[in-house]
Design a binder for this molecule. Sequence first.
Ligand SMILES: *Cc1c(COP(=O)(O)O)cnc(C)c1O
Length: 391
Amino acid sequence: MPSFAEELRILCEKGLYRSMRRVEGSQRSRVSIGGQEALLFCSNNYLGLADHPKLKEAAISAVERYGTGSGAARLVSGTMALHEELEARLAAFKGTEAALVFNSGYAANTGIIPALVGRGDIIFSDRLNHASIVDGAILSRSRLLRYPHNDISALRRLLVENWTTGRRLIVTDGVFSMDGDVAKLEELVAVKHEFDALLMVDDAHGTGVLGAGGRGSVELSGNLGGEIDIQMGTLGKALGSFGAYVASSREIIDYLTNKARSFIFSTSLPPAALAASLAALDLVDSTEGETLRLRLANNALLFRALLNEKGFCTMGSETQIVPVFVGEAETTMEFTRLLLDEGIFVQGIRPPTVPAGSCRLRCTLMATHTERDIHEAAAAIEKVGRSLRVI
Ligand SMILES: *Cc1c(COP(=O)(O)O)cnc(C)c1O
């Protein structure tokens, strides 16, 4: 029997070993790591809501009123007022008939996909979709066909060549989590109609951020919400809380309530998380939310421009997720170590998260970064990039 220690040693050798860095305090733009101050450029707390006073206040008063735990799955010990309130709010936010809350984006995708499709059905999935979509597809026992990233003609060819009398599900990230580009939703909607397929969009990184009202990639792409069968997103990233949602027709939400195993067989979200999400949605809808979205977009624009000017490739990023192409795993990890010495905390992304040879720094902007923070980070990336001959 192969030993786990040996497998760990091989991971180390290949530069693929992973470990966690301890960060003190909340997810602010400046954090303390091992006693050293660093600029945080790897958090998905895009709007800075994860320690916003309004979310904290809402969570604290929910704890006082409803306690800390939900007690069981909602089909078992009952649903709480806050679950219902949040779902009504999410359905209104997304402009759908109904919504259902899941415990995380990972739990949502591994619950929704196997509920909707199974043996005899086919899933058409963008090659760069998030791991939770891939895992959901594997769990579903459907055929999984992956099309080249954002290549709609390749998707059409796959649909023509692979017919089934069962269901066809096209699934895509709204914003691609490691590349920061946006799905071609308008074209996907046309293909979905042409082939009578279901279309599911995972808007983990678009929710709260993209579109004039922060409704996500679906709003950015011309208010396509009504054309998309299943809209999923998380509450843990820009919304600064925890959990996830699916927004859809009443029929599909009712179906998922009955069939999605990660919903049925797992204790539901606690009051504090639900209340924080509700407060986050209020904020996203406020003028403060609008200001935060604008600041985030401007920060991303400035950061990308600075990096491109210095000769880095930002890999088609159009959003607050800005990858910096490096190539090999070991150089990438050396890059992140040296950046931390310079006081910049970013993550290097390696296989299996991205294909071999396309390792990168995954930088994420927050509305709470100042222009000075961004110049400082870009200058450090330039310095280390030159020393490692990335530029
Ligand atoms: C982060 C992410 C998820 C998982 O969401 P969690 O709430 O963190 O579990 C799902 N899909 C995509 C595209 C993501 O980036």
